[in-house]
Design a protein around this ligand. Structure first.
Ligand code: ADP
Ligand code: MG
Length: 282
């Protein structure tokens, strides 16, 4: 039985004479954290962008399991891919994704507002996520008034606030010192796999990769090595409201049709007013 949330087969992507992807097969289970490693130019970003529907592969397939069936990411037109990214995927990049002119809470709320959530509700959800990530009191700061680690926590909050079942992170700690990197990585893991979500992360940092349940290594657009922990399927900490994921006591890993992929109407209900997630600080 294929329980993958993402399943890629035979991915290739060529730029001129270069094969950025030269035949990649990859299955990712719900709740896994997968680190993608490899030398510069080995195809890490291209692989992540293909999985996330940012780049269309030349050949091969990408299947994303949703509550309503399997979506072939590679076959969507640009409009549907953009909708899929907005509703189902969260993104954390090294830098550049946050809008410097906006405050922390606005940067997070915008992810919900793009999906139609009214501003007040979006900002309430955003504030709860910022608090969960240890940023209570800093909601009104502009991005430039935050440290690098704080800004990355804002980016993590933005990637979580829609309830996206999969978060893609490209060198999320690449610009941080090792201590801050460890803190941010802890926050990222807690906010994703700690809530039953799936994390796909590109990193150069062995320490960061070691905290993921699996590492795949790329060279010249191919997977050349893997490390797998005892299992990504050990039970994560019980989810706590307002995280829009599986209920306590539910079988793990949560099937995609369970709350791990709430429709927008449900996402807007999170978090309940005044409820601050517990224990999301790390
Ligand atoms: P990594 O993230 O591992 O550094 P990338 O996926 O960015 O690697 O790139 C893989 C290869 O594809 C490199 O040789 C890179 O130069 C090439 N490449 C990636 N994106 C493009 C692009 N948009 N145009 C041309 N070449 C590209
Ligand atoms: Mg890259």
């Amino acid at each position: 039985m294929n329980t993958s949330i993402l399943s890629a087969r035979g991915l290739t992507k060529q730029y001129g004479a270069t094969f950025a992807l030269a035949g990649v097969d990859l299955d990712i289970l719900p709740g896994e954290s997968v680190a993608i490693m490899g030398a510069s130019g080995s195809g890490k970003t291209t692989l992540m962008h293909a999985l996330a529907g940012i780049v269309t592969p030349d050949t091969g397939s990408i299947a994303f399991a949703t509550p309503t069936g399997v979506v072939r990411v590679d076959q969507l037109d640009e409009k549907r891919r953009s909708q899929l990214r907005r509703e189902s995927f969260g993104f954390v990049f090294q830098q550049g994704l946050l809008i410097p002119e906006l405050t922390a809470v606005e940067n997070v709320a915008i992810a919900l507002m793009l999906g139609g959530t009214p501003r007040a509700a979006a900002e309430a959800s955003a504030a709860a996520w910022l608090a969960a990530l240890g940023l209570a009191g800093l909601e009104g700061r502009r991005i430039g008034e935050l440290s690098g680690g704080q800004a990355q926590r804002v980016a993590i909050a933005r990637a979580q606030v829609t309830g996206a079942p999969i978060v893609f992170a490209d060198e999320p700690t690449g610009a941080l010192d090792s201590r801050t990197s460890a803190d941010v990585m802890g926050a990222l893991l807690h906010a994703t796999t700690g809530q039953g979500r799936t994390l796909v992360l590109v990193t150069h940092d062995e320490t960061v990769a070691a905290r993921c349940s699996r590492t795949i290594r790329l060279a010249d657009g191919r997977i050349v090595g893997q490390r797998q922990d005892a299992g990504p399927l050990s039970a994560p900490p019980a989810p706590q409201p307002p995280y829009p994921v599986a209920q306590q006591g539910q079988a793990y890993p949560p099937q995609p049709q369970v709350q791990a992929y709430p429709p927008q109407s449900q996402v807007q209900a999170y978090p309940q007013a005044g409820v601050v997630p517990n224990g999301a600080r790390s």
